[in-house]
Design a protein around this ligand. Structure first.
Ligand code: UDX
Length: 468
């Protein structure tokens, strides 16, 4: 059992803290926002993440929240830095939060051997930067070198919406460190996960065939680059299938079949080959941009990563073009958006493809009315676009000229599409995630468009209102 502090109560920090407490460690989650800490003490989470609330309840006895470095740091054996690293104006991550965390840690570092763990996604070389900041702050506070501490890099690979699952049952754990003792501390900390020796929580059973988890130990720079490499590769994989989807449409192929045929090659793998509106979220856009910026800094142009980004942002435009192909003009039309979150099972709107699409539609003079099963409240307070919001399928679809599915929430498949058709001015469905049951929709009288799949169904013979 270790004394752990996690600095930063965001997705990564809170999940990491809750999971480590669940495994038996004593964890303090530190956030500089006192209001957030007060909420957490009362059991209120700042965002929705499946199973996190339940895990926190199960681990309550070992989990505390604070906004004071001096209270948490001196007795800690392992301190995670899990603060935000948003993109700065030049694309490189803004490290100001990581810097102030390192300074706060340095000022209050205790007597015993302490491992400072960089979990935030930071450019290669940041481990050394954090180490320097901790050392400097300790020196300023105490007038001497800190006795015993080491900085390690331990990138996270959590998907939002599945963060607890991914933490308990990871594909691998990566730790970069120069200090052998620090590696040992990290191995001990993660032992229940590495050995899969913990009792699974009732709501997240251990997957069948889950074996021991590989523990990848490496130098700091490699660990930092593994994180960027993994995210950029996944982003590239999605952009690749989206690029191929455009060609599939032209030649009359079905990208879902193509993806299946490609993905069954074990060298490629079936996941992250879902064509659609492209990727968004808090990681892929920021990390690919950071990788390009890092390449620039070191004179490596990174054309593949740049292209993955271009293809991705073009994908939203392709959806607009497809709507224009059917409706001729978007001026004055009302377009319904199914989904606002950047992916299902989260209310996170950061870099959401749905919102980027909304910007393009509004720019074309359309009205945009949006629905999301979870992100509506958040959108109302965080999004500054002139969107209309609808809470029910009926309110969303009444009088609209098309509906675009932007986020693949499972419940959209089970909407009563047959009875909803009559509400729409034009029964046109643009399924930008290839998620809906197209045969069912066509049978119900819709015109159906997808991404990289044949368009099906016809609109009424008299023509589309407003297209002449
Ligand atoms: C990602 C990484 O998966 C995770 O390992 C990393 O640590 C953080 O970034 P996340 O951003 O939560 O996780 O979401 P993810 O499930 O990876 O999806 C990212 C985006 O790609 C979403 O907008 C999703 O809709 C899109 N996507 C995903 C596709 O368009 N097609 C796919 O096949 C898969």
């Amino acid at each position: 059992m270790k004394q752990v502090v996690v600095v930063g109560a965001g997705y990564v920090g809170l999940t990491t803290g809750a999971v480590l407490a669940y495994l038996g460690h004593r964890v303090k989650v530190l956030d500089v926002d006192p209001a957030r800490v007060e909420d957490l003490k009362r059991g209120k989470l700042p965002f929705f993440e499946p199973h996190l609330q339940e895990l926190i309840s199960l681990s309550q006895a070992r989990l505390a929240f604070t906004s004071q470095y001096e209270e948490a740091i001196p007795t800690a054996e392992v301190i995670f830095i899990a603060v935000g690293t948003p993109s700065g104006p030049d694309g490189a991550p803004d490290l100001s939060q990581a810097r102030s965390a390192a300074l706060g840690i340095g000022r209050h570092l205790g007597e015993g051997f302490t491992v400072v763990v960089n979990k935030s996604t930071v450019p290669v070389g940041s481990g050394n930067y954090v180490e320097a900041m901790v050392r400097r702050a300790f020196w300023e506070a105490h007038g001497q070198e800190p006795r015993a501490y080491a900085v390690v890099s331990n990138p996270e690979f959590l998907r939002e919406g599945q963060a607890v699952y991914d933490s308990l049952y990871p594909d691998r754990i990566v730790v970069g460190a120069e200090d052998k003792r620090a590696l040992e501390v990290m191995r001990e900390l993660y032992e229940p996960i590495l050995e899969q020796s913990f009792a699974p929580p009732p709501f997240l059973p251990r997957p069948e065939r889950m074996g021991a988890v590989p523990f990848i130990t490496t130098d700091l720079a490699s660990a930092e680059l593994i994180k960027y490499g993994a995210n950029a590769f996944l982003a590239m994989k999605i952009s690749f299938i989206n690029e191929l989807a455009a060609l599939a449409e032209r030649v009359g192929a079905d990208i879902r079949e193509v993806a299946r045929g490609i993905g069954l090659d074990s060298r490629i793998g079936p996941r992250f080959l879902q064509a659609g509106l492209g990727w968004g979220g808090s990681c892929f856009p920021k990390d690919t941009l950071a990788l390009v910026a890092m390449g620039e800094e070191y004179g490596i142009p990174m054309p593949l990563v740049r292209a993955a980004r271009e293809v991705n942002f073009l994908q939203r435009q392709r959806v607009v073009d497809k709507l224009l192909g059917e409706l001729k003009t978007l001026k004055g039309r009302t377009i319904a958006l199914l989904g606002l979150a950047f992916k299902p099972h989260t209310d996170d709107l950061r870099e959401s493809p749905a919102l980027e699409l909304a910007v393009l539609l509004l720019g074309r003079g359309a009205f945009v009315r949006a629905h999301d099963p979870m992100a509506l409240t958040r959108a109302q307070s965080e999004v500054s676009l002139p969107l209309e919001y609808a809470k029910t399928p009926e309110d969303l679809l009444r009088g609209v000229d098309a509906v675009v599915l932007a986020t693949d929430w499972p419940e959209y498949r089970t909407w009563p599409w047959e009875s909803l058709r009559g509400l729409m001015r034009v029964p046109l469905v643009m399924d930008a995630r290839n998620h809906l049951d197209r045969d069912r929709l066509v049978a119900a009288g819709y015109r159906y468009l997808g991404i990289g799949v044949p368009s099906l169904g016809v609109l009424n013979k008299e023509g589309i209102p407003g297209s002449k």
